[in-house]
Design a protein around this ligand. Structure first.
Ligand code: HEM
Length: 480
């Protein structure tokens, strides 16, 4: 016998939209505390199921994973990703299956992640060099992290970096990327009230979308052309980036159906949209949390410096020896998951979740942010305590069976880029702790009161940039 899913009272036309504040993850947490962990809301007339505890997350991401594995059609991603030719927003089906397989086997396999080790190390060491040059005053760490992450993803995906490069296409690339991230975080009214989609024309949003898509199309066409020419000239495998891998798959016909240039462009754009802001916000929140807590940063520094033994660089081979640092990053992901509501899913048919019936086409969100702060699941849930991840049998990022720590999602649509992102974050933070002592700039609030407000956008970033003063650590003498 099925019941209707609990649903807070709603208003005509707008449904429950008035109950969502500027930070939807917080509003949804408050609603779930009042009405239950599995809620049916209405955004306008569109039903939206929200799972806010580990059991309901498990029901969505495991028990009913297949039926709920579709993505809804959304105006902005449709424009940018050639109508679902990417992976993140592709409809569930054969195309998505093939592309996910390629991502897991060829782009994010352990071997492939390892093959980009030198890229991550070079970019992180360069970041440290740059901070050395900026040591005389406060450093805008948010900006530094964004640029490092973009450079890593650029080199891995396109074979070279464009971000902040002084060459002619560097500026074009930066403008395109910054606008893309703004657009991906924007809200198109037509997604909720299709009859009002014309408002996008009035506000200029549609024109911006068109301009940005065209800009990217031209840019990536040129990148692909350069790769095709290079491959014809060299015809070898050395130093393959993602564009090379995708071109090769096109040639071998491995996908089972023809892969066009639009597919390659959409998949490359995915890497920037899904891989850059997510990764750099983890670096930003980790350093912010550490700067607020002198005892924890000292403990993490002791661990890193014991392993580096006075060397100026921590390399990826040192990372397995840094369990406390890894716990610090996990604790950051628990409190500040970059994608707090996961990427929306859509029910492909009517489905019964426990005693509740959920109709086809319902959108589905999982409030990972609320699950990470649920006092029933976490002792002293709001406190930053990396030690909780150090205990024997502690929560593993990969084994999803508790469904209480799922910053990368779970099930069929889970993130394939997790190991790549985590390695970059661990390497960056380890080197920052190894090379410098860190303080907040003079005259700013004491560490405990550092502004931790969240900004809403494509990812859950820090609202104000993180500024800090770096003092070179004395034992790294040869750098000074
Ligand atoms: C700390 C960094 C990252 C976090 C927290 C993160 C988180 C997520 C989340 C929550 C999802 C949606 C899962 C779901 O719907 O159940 C996702 C999907 C995805 N992520 Fe990540 N991600 C990160 C880094 C990356 C990187 C570096 C890449 C690639 C360069 C990447 C590529 C993707 C792709 C392609 C998908 C779509 C998978 C699908 O729909 O089948 N992510 N990610």
């Amino acid at each position: 016998k099925c019941h209707l899913t609990p649903s807070p009272p709603r208003l005509p036309i707008i449904g429950n939209l008035h109950q969502l504040g500027p930070q939807p993850q917080r509003s949804l947490q408050a609603l779930s505390q009042k009405h239950g962990p599995l809620l049916l809301l209405y955004f306008g007339s569109m039903p939206v199921l929200v799972a806010s505890d580990n059991d309901s997350a498990q029901a969505v991401l495991k028990t009913h994973d297949r039926v709920l594995a579709n993505r809804p059609s959304l105006i902005i991603p449709d424009h940018i990703f050639y109508k679902g030719k990417d992976l993140v927003f592709a409809k569930y089906g054969e195309y998505w299956r093939q592309v996910k397989k390629i991502c897991i086997l060829h782009l994010f396999s352990a071997k492939q992640v390892e093959s980009f080790r030198s890229v991550r190390e070079e970019e992180v060491f360069l970041m440290i060099e740059n901070i050395f040059k900026l040591c005389s005053g406060p450093v805008d760490l948010s900006r530094v992290f964004r640029s490092t992450t973009n450079n890593i993803v650029s080199r891995v995906a396109l074979g070279k970096k464009y971000y902040e490069e002084k060459q002619s296409r560097g500026l074009e690339f930066m403008q395109l990327l910054e606008e893309l991230m703004v657009l991906m975080g924007a809200f198109h009214i037509g997604d909720i009230f299709p009859s009002l989609a014309w408002i996008g024309k009035l506000t200029g949003l549609d024109a911006r979308l068109k301009r940005n898509s065209k800009g990217w199309n031209d840019f990536l066409e040129q990148v692909i052309e350069d790769h095709v020419t290079k491959r014809r000239a060299n015809g070898e495998d050395e130093g393959r980036d993602f564009v090379d891998v995708l071109l090769e798959i096109r040639e071998t016909g491995e996908m089972g159906f023809p892969i066009e240039r639009d597919h390659i462009k959409a998949l490359i754009l995915d890497m920037f949209v899904a891989g850059t802001d997510t990764t750099y916000t983890v670096m930003e929140w980790t350093m912010a949390e550490l700067m607020r807590r002198p005892a924890i940063i000292k403990k993490a520094q002791r661990e890193v410096r014991t392993v580096s033994q006075g060397n100026s660089e921590v390399t990826e081979k040192d990372l397995p020896l840094l369990p406390y640092l890894k716990s610090v990053i996990k604790e950051t992901l628990r409190l500040h998951p970059p994608v707090p509501l996961l990427v929306p899913r859509e029910a492909m048919q009517d489905v019964e979740i426990g005693e509740y019936r959920v109709p086809a086409k319902t959108r589905v969100m999982v409030n990972v942010w609320a699950i990470g702060r649920d006092p029933k699941l976490w002792e002293d849930a709001e406190a930053f305590k990396p030690e909780r991840f150090m205990d024997a049998g502690s929560i593993d990022l990969i084994k999803k069976h508790y469904f209480r720590f799922i910053p990368f999602g779970a099930g069929r649509r889970s993130c394939p880029g997790g190991p790549f992102a985590l390695t970059a974050v661990e390497l960056a933070i380890a080197n920052l702790l190894n090379s410098f002592e860190w303080e907040l700039p003079d005259g700013e609030l004491p560490p405990g009161e550092l502004d931790m407000a969240e900004a809403c956008g494509i990812t859950l970033r820090k609202k104000t940039p993180l500024r800090a003063v770096a003092t070179p650590f004395q034992e790294n003498v040869f750098r000074i």
